[in-house]
Design a protein around this ligand. Structure first.
Ligand SMILES: [Zn+2]
Ligand SMILES: [Zn+2]
Length: 349
């Protein structure tokens, strides 16, 4: 008789079910991890609403991608970890061979391998991810904190790619988990941080994480409101768009200071466009940039920032639920619940 486990399975639009599914022993190079904490993510909400993600997941499929746990068994040839090792894994790994990988731009890998299956009792980690992005936990780090390393790794790259340094004024548009991670890392870098968002509770959270000023999108034009908070109203040195909408991207281009940088961080649906004032971009030397995903290096850097307490994931974890609650939690998020991230904790064995 083959072995089974409980896991959340994505079947299509707003259709995630908890099922008993087969699970096999790890093959050569693979590792099987007993999941101890998985985190919900805005990307999962997007996928839940749409039913798929062109690059990351096609139903029917195991679901969830932010996870930490304990190595349960290892396949032939695995020497980096052993049964009993607490680990965290990223949800992808680059090939290491294409032009982009060899040029140090791993997140643009032509053959980026994505993995899903965090909302489950057991996670079978593919060989390539074991080799590149399965990392033992620093001593004393909880599973749910460690599971935040994946999204934080994306933000680490975003902060670096925007050239955020001490003394700058940084405006963040969007107060979801990603926007709030930017707030914390930019403040930790010594920048003065302004935040625009919609929900009172999240704007309060932005202040707790180090924002000097917050503005509510309900009070008027976001670009005007943010600009008023910058020195001499000249605009922000760096503007991070973390809301993923055309209007807020256009607003970001109106908040940036002469010589400044606009980081269009959030992913948008294909075909989303914004008008670009070319004279503004040229005569004021505006840099418009974007940062996608993470790399093995930024994943380790994120884990270090968590372990050293520079960023405390618990600030963004609204609560803990069991595996059976995954469909309900995703439905709540899709309806716009105020919760930031929920830790999904499978039953202990
Ligand atoms: Zn995520
Ligand atoms: Zn590659």
């Amino acid at each position: 008789m083959s072995e089974t486990m409980r896991a959340a399975v994505l079947h299509g639009r707003e259709d995630v079910r908890l099922e008993e599914v087969p699970v096999r022993p790890p093959g050569p190079g693979e590792v099987r991890v007993r999941v101890r904490a998985a985190l919900t993510c805005g990307t999962d909400t997007k996928v839940f609403r749409r039913g798929y993600h062109a690059r990351m997941i096609q139903p029917p499929a195991l679901f969830g991608h932010e996870m930490a746990g304990v190595v349960e068994s290892v396949g032939a040839g695995v020497t980096s970890v052993a049964p009993g090792t607490p680990v965290v894994t990223a949800n992808s790994a680059p090939c290491g061979r294409c032009d982009f990988c060899r040029g140090g731009r791993d997140s643009l890998c032509d053959d980026l391998l994505f993995w899903n299956g965090a909302y489950a009792e057991l996670a079978l980690i593919p060989e390539r991810i074991v080799a590149k992005n399965l990392v033992p936990l620093p001593a004393g780090l909880s599973f749910r904190r460690a599971a935040m390393a994946e999204p934080l790794a994306c933000v680490v790259r975003g902060v670096e790619g925007s050239g955020i340094v001490s003394g700058q004024t940084v405006a963040v548009i969007g107060s979801g988990p990603i926007g709030l991670m930017f707030v914390r890392l930019a403040a930790a870098a010594g920048a003065r941080v302004l935040v625009a968002g919609r929900r009172h509770r999240r704007l309060e959270k932005a202040r707790e994480l180090g924002a000097s000023a917050v503005v509510s999108a309900e009070d008027g034009d976001v670009a005007d409101l943010l600009r008023r908070e910058t020195p001499q109203q000249r605009g922000a040195d760096v503007v991070v768009e973390a809301a993923g909408r055309a209007e807020t991207s256009a607003a970001a281009l109106r908040v940036v200071r002469k010589g400044g940088t606009v980081q269009l961080f959030a992913g948008t649906p294909a075909g989303t466009t914004v008008p670009l004032d070319l004279a503004h971009v040229h005569y004021e030397e505006i840099t418009v940039t974007s940062s996608f995903h993470h790399t093995p290096r930024s994943f380790r850097e994120a884990l270090r920032l968590i372990a050293e307490g520079v960023f405390d994931p618990d600030a963004l974890i609204s609560g803990e639920r069991g595996l059976e609650a995954v469909p309900a939690v995703l439905a709540e998020m899709a309806r716009g619940s105020d919760d930031l991230k929920t830790a999904i904790v499978p039953p202990a064995r």
